[in-house]
Design a binder for this molecule. Structure first.
Ligand SMILES: Nc1nc2c(ncn2[C@@H]2O[C@H](COP(=O)(O)OP(=O)(O)OP(=O)(O)O)[C@@H](O)[C@H]2O)c(=O)[nH]1
Ligand SMILES: [Mg+2]
Length: 377
């Protein structure tokens, strides 16, 4: 199957860190690849401020259009988000569909969603993304329709679509609420059964699913693509004599995660908020490991999970030289160097987990609330 061709437009607006453009290009290329788009070329632009009409200036837009057309691109992928108006103008002038960073991430999520819940979450995020864009289109249609007070047939259609979308949003939200309630019940029953839950969190592609498999033999889907995992997967496991440990593999995070997505994935991320402890998986071999850790920490803050007991694992240690290992340990003194793939350092990690879980259990046995809700189920 041949992939759909895409041309990248990498824009820097205002002052940014030194390698911003290169890093942005690298990230969008990875996202495009994960969305099964074939990158056929790219342009870079540095702007003091965005042009309200097309984001980039007219001359640059023309250059992009010519290069993209010549390369047979069906999409123009931008590294930043476009306003509905900019997206519409670019499409009208270039006759190539623009996709912004959020749109691209949403497309990947849509491809990956498997479970009913995952599909609902992605649908909600997409509907919320489309709604203001339809409104932009509606405005244009009303202008086409003539003066104030007159409505072109096009606009009526869009008005109706908007209503339909709003209705659908309400229904999807309703259904998600039910799912959330169901999840809460499941969590309660886990508590009653005295399971200890360990959530694996981290930047996308850090190796969470690989570690999940190494710890539990779960057979979680692993791929060298961004957002390979969308639906949380749970596996019950014993660790060195500590039984009833529930490992949860979760959706990967990314910097500047579109806000709508965080909201849509509320129920999934709640698994992290409610977990007894976290394993933060970091790709220590990535040149962007520090930024990636910061981005994950930010989301953990946002979902009130930053204070949780957590173990930082510096994964992919098999790719590091001795010097690089020392450097990583210098930056993250509490981090544990492991390779989920080659099982390097895994024994140490398991011993560490066992110790923490034992402490957690001892603490909860001594807590006056320990027997709260306890039953023989
Ligand atoms: N060399 C090396 N590669 C690894 C290691 N752990 C994972 N990988 C590779 O990294 C890629 C991503 O692994 P996944 O386990 O899918 O990563 P993830 O964090 O679950 O990714 P998402 O689900 O997309 O967020 C795969 O190609 C893995 O084979 C490791 O310890 N060493
Ligand atoms: Mg995964």
């Amino acid at each position: 199957m041949s992939n759909i061709k895409a041309y990248l437009v990498i824009v820097q607006i205002g002052k940014k860190p030194r390698h911003y453009l290169d890093e942005s290009l690298e990230e969008i290329t990875e996202l495009a690849r994960s969305c099964e788009r074939e990158v056929v070329g790219f342009s870079k632009a540095v702007l003091p401020e965005p042009s309200p009409s097309h984001l980039i200036r007219k001359g640059k837009m023309e250059e992009v259009r010519t290069a993209a057309k010549a390369a047979g691109a069906k999409f123009l992928i931008f590294n930043v988000d476009l306003s509905p108006g900019q997206a519409r103008n670019i499409e009208t002038d270039c006759k190539i569909t623009p996709v912004d960073r959020t749109g691209l991430i949403l497309d990947i999520f849509a491809k990956r969603a498997q479970s009913r819940e995952g599909k609902l979450q992605v649908e909600l995020a997409r509907l919320n993304y489309i709604l203001p864009r339809l409104m932009g289109l509606g405005l244009k249609m009303s202008r086409l329709g003539g003066g104030i007070g007159t409505r072109g047939p096009g606009e009526q259609e869009l008005e109706w679509d908007r209503r339909k979308i709003r209705k659908r949003i309400a229904r999807v939200k309703d259904e998600l609420e039910k799912v959330e309630k169901h999840r809460a019940l499941i969590r309660l029953s886990r508590k009653k059964k005295h399971f200890t839950t360990v959530a694996l969190v981290g930047y996308t592609n850090a190796g969470k699913s690989t570690l999940m498999n190494a710890l539990t033999g779960a057979g979680a889907y692993v791929e060298d693509k961004l957002f390979a995992t969308l639906d949380p997967m749970t596996r019950l496991q014993s660790v060195n004599g500590q039984s009833n440990i529930l490992f949860i593999d979760t959706v990967g995070l990314i910097k500047d995660l579109p806000h709508g997505l965080v909201k849509a994935f509320h129920a999934t991320l709640e698994e992290v908020t409610e977990a007894d402890m976290l394993i933060h998986v970091l790709d220590a071999a990535s040149p962007h490991a520090e930024q990636q850790k910061a981005a994950v920490d930010e989301v953990l803050q946002e979902i009130n999970a930053a204070e949780k007991i957590s173990v930082l694992v510096l994964n992919k240690a098999d790719l590091l030289s001795d010097d690089e290992k020392r450097r990583a340990e210098g930056i993250w003194a509490h981090g544990m160097l492991i390779s989920a793939k080659s099982s390097l350092g895994m024994n140490g990690l398991i011993v560490k987990l066992e110790g923490i879980i034992q402490d957690l259990r001892t603490a909860s046995n001594h807590s006056p609330l320990a027997d709260f809700g306890h039953s023989s189920s």
